[in-house]
Ligand binder design. Structure first.
Ligand code: HEM
Ligand code: HEM
Length: 194
């Protein structure tokens, strides 16, 4: 019997791509497509061709350049929400629950890894719910200030994902090279249940 059923593997890799994609949108928003940097650049470049714009106008232009990229944060956000619902269904399969069974027999390290997975599921669920609330704040009858406060928490919690993802990838590579040979390829071809 395979360790990871095909549907779980497909789930894991789509989920990984979506989370990395969402981190990518945040990276672009904070670097190459930052409205602060680009509004200064636009002001300067427009001045070189004798066009003057106010700070507010430059901000509108810079945000318009960023907007099509940021749409992907929302599109991937819907995908993440669907993936989390899919993960809940997968908990009813052997592949989906095996990591959380007979935990008392595991080493302390393994217990921490598994606790980390539960933590990341909880954090991602919070990100999805808070993200959807910020996006639909008007429809939900919330004030702009409330949506802003929720965004601050959404942004703060994002840092934990930024820590989990590299730790998880590096951890999987180290395990593959030490005592858990095939841990990564098992997630590709399914592996065998020992
Ligand atoms: C791209 C490089 C990645 C590799 C090589 C990788 C590898 C793996 C492997 C080998 C496992 C099984 C580990 C075990 O049995 O304990 C696993 C599980 C898991 N991965 Fe990844 N992963 C990657 C990216 C990601 C990303 C970006 C996320 C997003 C948060 C993620 C979330 C998870 C979760 C939540 C589990 C636990 C599955 C369960 O509930 O049993 N992975 N990963
Ligand atoms: C892996 C999950 C997620 C991560 C890492 C993440 C990260 C972030 C970060 C860091 C910000 C603040 C950006 C800034 O102001 O500089 C943000 C804003 C936002 N996120 Fe997410 N997010 C995630 C999931 C979601 C989901 C599922 C949705 C819902 C569709 C969503 C919708 C939003 C919205 C609407 C904003 C406010 C943008 C604005 O003020 O214009 N996010 N997100």
């Amino acid at each position: 019997m395979q360790k990871w059923r095909l549907d779980f593997r497909i789930w894991h890799w789509i989920h990984a791509a979506v989370v990395l994609g969402m981190l990518g949108t945040v990276f672009l928003r904070k670097t190459f497509l930052s409205w602060r940097t680009n509004s200064e650049l636009l002001t300067q470049k427009l001045a070189e061709i004798d066009l003057t714009v106010t700070e507010a106008q430059a901000k509108v232009l810079a945000k318009a350049i960023r907007a099509p990229m940021w749409e992907w944060h929302i599109i991937l956000g819907y995908a993440l929400t669907a993936l989390l619902l899919w993960r809940m269904i997968l908990f009813f399969t052997q592949s989906g629950k095996q990591n959380y069974q007979n935990i008392q027999k595991e080493t302390l390290h393994k217990k921490m890894v598994k606790l980390g997975y539960i933590g990341i599921y909880a954090i991602l669920t919070f990100m999805a719910v808070s993200g959807l609330v910020i996006h639909f704040y008007e429809e939900l009858g919330l004030l702009k200030e409330t949506a802003h406060d929720i965004k601050e928490v959404h942004e703060l919690v994002f840092n934990t994902i930024l820590i989990f993802v590299p730790l998880h990838i590096i951890g999987a590579i180290i395990a593959e090279n030490r005592d858990e040979k095939n841990i990564i390829s098992d997630m590709v071809h399914g592996g065998n249940r020992s």
